[in-house]
Design a protein around this ligand. Structure first.
Ligand SMILES: Nc1ncnc2c1ncn2[C@@H]1O[C@H](COP(=O)(O)OP(=O)(O)O)[C@@H](O)[C@H]1O
Ligand SMILES: [Mg+2]
Length: 247
């Protein structure tokens, strides 16, 4: 079922909690090297779909393929898949240590030489505008700075797929712009596949190449962002992109 251009493919994916179905997606495909936005009102199942695609949670039914491998795979294969991707959440989850150590975490886990780690972390601090703040305690950072560190920690391991769940919803406009710029560059310069949940239409317009639109647990529309915005096929998508649906 795998096609080279799709790094993620889902067929008939569904998820239930305590007998209540919260997600049903007949056909999901994420293209290699593109930015896919997952959009929809609150409670639509966006985070659930993201957790399934990033292997944080198993679907209740359906088939999921990552990089052409059908999941579930054995433990070693799952570990290998997990090493090729990473996730950033709405609230930055940082360790109570320095900014440097937070960013270096994944590199140390991969046993890279100390010199290489220093080079990569220093470059990454510069990229997120925190040069010279490597020794600062992470818990003393502002919200925007903390999210930039969370992103840097994800990027420094050079994932093939970066998942993000509403990464900018708690940030001020300047930090939103900075983060969006980092994501855009990452995608265009490194070709990293990005899958980002957002309920922000404007953000989706600015960043997404492709869109998945969820409504009440159902995947109701998928396609190139431009087409979805200009000619939504589903009435619910149309209501959402025209701002007539409350979210
Ligand atoms: N662990 C869980 N247990 C029970 N219900 C859950 C759980 N996670 C999510 N849900 C429910 O699934 C639905 C979709 O949630 P979610 O994927 O978080 O939506 P979104 O991210 O689009 O706001 C919601 O009704 C939510 O209450
Ligand atoms: Mg969510």
């Amino acid at each position: 079922m795998a096609h080279k251009q799709f790094v993620i493919e889902g067929l008939g994916l569904c998820k239930s909690y305590g007998g209540k179905e919260v997600l049903r997606a007949e056909n999901v495909a994420v293209s290699n090297g593109r930015i896919t936005g997952i959009m929809g009102p609150s409670g639509a199942g966006k985070s659930t779909l993201l957790r399934i695609m990033s292997l944080l949670e198993a679907p209740s039914g359906g088939e999921l393929s990552l990089f052409g491998s059908l999941v579930p795979v054995n433990k070693a294969e799952k570990q290998a898949l997990l090493r090729r991707m990473t996730i950033v959440f709405q609230k930055p989850v940082l360790f109570d240590t320095t900014v440097f150590d937070n960013i270096a975490f994944g590199l140390r886990a991969r046993r890279l030489p100390a010199g290489e780690i220093r080079t990569r972390v220093t470059a990454s601090l510069k990229k997120i505008g925190l040069s010279g703040q490597g020794n600062q305690k992470a818990r003393t950072l502002s919200g925007g700075e903390a999210q930039r560190v969370a992103l840097a920690r994800a990027l420094v391991i050079e994932p093939e797929i970066l998942f993000l769940d509403e990464p900018t919803s708690n940030l001020d406009p300047a930090n939103v712009e900075l983060l969006e710029g980092l994501l855009h560059d990452l995608n265009r310069e490194r070709g990293t596949t990005i899958v980002m949940v957002t309920h922000n239409l404007f953000q989706a317009r600015r960043l997404a190449d492709d869109l998945l639109f969820l409504c009440q647990g159902e995947l109701v529309e998928a396609g190139p962002a431009e087409r979805v915005f200009q000619e939504p096929a589903d009435m619910r998508t149309k209501a959402f992109v025209e701002g007539r649906m409350i979210y």
